[in-house]
Design a protein around this ligand. Structure first.
Ligand SMILES: *C/C=C(C)/C=C/C=C(C)/C=C/C1=C(C)CCCC1(C)C
Length: 253
């Protein structure tokens, strides 16, 4: 008898188990739209993680890696969303430090996806991997030091912006952008292009939130969290779906 089916069943059970991490101490009120988005997104992240992990089994080599990494992004986000929603319903606040803990893991993982999908279909220098990785770490560390008050808020913003602009340079005009344009198959080019527009437009929401919150007089917790939550759906699930679509139309499944 073959136990091959176990490789599909076990991850499904594992991820269906994630919601048990939730230990809500407050109640979700029907009049709390931000709380409702925290709830919906926490579950959507579990569904997305399960989907990417299971789909990864259809592919081989670097395409499989790209989907596993996508699954990790959504899984890490799911765990944080479960936690953030509980803090939100019991205190009406969501300290930004939780978001940074999430970002320091998920953002570098997303950055290296640019490298992985190119490596899946063509030759690309390892330097691209390191530059994207380091750019994202500089962006987040600068922002964190500024938000936490360890350095001046404007200085933190400038360091964070420098990291982000460097990433944009790499994926539009640097080596990653050039390799995609010249060597990648059409489906990968189109996935790459969707991903970089997400990194440009979707990601702009976070520095705007920082600017409004720390340099322009502050924003109320409700609007800021609502905006961050909606942004995360596009920037995490949408981003990984672009990878999945590229894999689906390029790789032998
Ligand atoms: C899933 C979470 C994502 C994609 C989070 C992305 C976060 C950023 C792009 C944050 C960027 C920042 C700047 C560009 C400057 C100011 C400080 C930050 C960290 C808010």
């Amino acid at each position: 008898m073959s136990f091959k089916f176990l490789k599909y069943i076990l991850p499904a059970i594992l991820f269906a188990g994630l919601p048990t991490l939730s230990f809500a101490s407050g109640n979700l009120e029907p009049t709390d739209p931000v709380g409702i988005t925290f709830w919906i997104i926490s579950i959507a992240m579990v569904a997305a993680a399960t989907f990417f992990f299971l789909e990864s089994l259809r592919f081989e080599g670097k395409w499989r890696t790209s989907l596993v990494v996508g699954g990790l992004v959504c899984m890490v986000a799911a765990v944080h969303y479960f936690y953030m929603r509980d803090v939100w319903v019991s205190t009406g606040a969501s300290p930004t430090v939780f978001r940074y803990v999430d970002w320091i893991i998920t953002v570098p993982l997303q950055m290296i996806e640019f490298y992985i999908i190119l490596a899946a279909c063509t030759t690309i220098a390892m330097g691209v991997f390191w530059r994207l990785f380091i750019g994202s770490v500089i962006m987040l560390v600068g922002g964190y030091l500024g938000e936490a008050g360890f350095i001046n808020a404007t200085l933190g913003f400038v360091i964070g912006m420098a990291g982000w602009i460097y990433i944009l340079y790499e994926i539009f005009a640097g080596e990653a952008g050039k390799v995609s344009a010249s060597d990648a198959p059409a489906a990968v080019q189109s996935g790459f292009s969707t991903m970089r527009w997400i990194v440009t437009i979707g990601w702009a929401i976070y520095p705007i939130g920082y600017f409004v919150g720390y340099m322009a007089g502050g924003a109320d917790a409700n609007s800021l969290n609502m905006i961050y939550n909606i942004a995360d759906v596009l920037n995490k699930i949408g981003f990984c779906l672009a990878i999945w679509a590229a894999a689906d139309s390029t790789a032998k499944a």
